[in-house]
Write a protein that binds this ligand. Structure first.
Ligand code: FES
Length: 140
């Protein structure tokens, strides 16, 4: 596996941060986006070529959702099989819970995440304001 670093000085303009091409995400799989701080994100692609992003941490016991099974618009956690809606992060009944979701913008094949969400969601280290971004997209 190789990595593709993304930093805040890449010239990306506006609120959206370019992450990868949709084709870089395996169908029915996920690509892991490591951040300098906080848990990683997982960007998923389903059979209909829709792309979603969640925190890569199951709300049950922290399982890596990026290693789960994508079906329809859900992912099944690899540890204890909670089903989680990819569009909302909501755990499906009879289980309970919710994982943070991230907004996606798609322009053609280019996938973007919202800069302020990536810099803040799921990061609770008491450091206050969001910090500059350093991301790493893991490639297969
Ligand atoms: S850690 Fe995901 S279902 Fe238990």
């Amino acid at each position: 596996m190789s990595t593709h670093p993304i930093t805040d000085d890449t010239g990306d303009a506006g609120d959206w941060l370019y992450i990868c091409e949709a084709g870089d995400i395996p169908p029915l799989g996920a690509r892991v986006i490591e951040r300098a701080r906080g848990p990683a994100l997982a960007v998923f692609r389903n059979a209909e070529d829709k792309v979603f992003a969640l925190l890569d941490r199951c709300p049950h016991k922290g399982g890596p959702l990026s290693q789960g099974i994508v079906h329809g618009e859900q992912v099944t956690c690899p540890l204890h099989s909670f089903n989680i809606a990819l569009s909302s992060g909501q755990v499906q009944a009879p289980d309970e819970g919710c994982v943070a979701r991230f907004a996606i913008k798609r322009e053609g094949e280019a996938i973007y995440l919202k800069r302020n969400e990536v810099a803040s969601i799921g990061i609770d280290d008491g450091a206050g304001a969001p910090q500059p971004l350093t991301l790493t997209v893991q490639r297969a």
